[in-house]
Design a protein around this ligand. Structure first.
Ligand SMILES: [Zn+2]
Length: 82
């Protein structure tokens, strides 16, 4: 699984919406990728804030914003996910 796939599955992972296979592949990648692991933690915090505001599924618009945030975060060069 590539970083991009991991990022796209991240909200589903945190929502518990992944299949067992995808979840396993996701966790395997996270275990070996510092960049994605750090981003997952950031995403977890962001999502908990979103859920506190509204107890409903994450709107697609928010997911898109999170992905945008990840892209700019990656381009800062703070880390090099592979
Ligand atoms: Zn990664």
């Amino acid at each position: 699984m590539k970083c991009r796939e991991v990022v796209e599955l991240m909200t589903d992972y945190l929502e518990g919406a992944l299949s067992a296979i995808d979840r396993h592949r996701f966790e395997e990648h996270i275990a070996g990728c510092d960049g994605c692991r750090a981003y997952l933690e950031q995403m977890r915090i962001t999502l908990s804030q979103v859920h506190r505001l509204a107890d409903e599924p994450i709107p697609e618009r928010v997911q898109e914003q999170l992905l945008e945030a990840f892209r700019s975060w990656k381009s800062t060069g703070r880390s090099t996910p592979s």
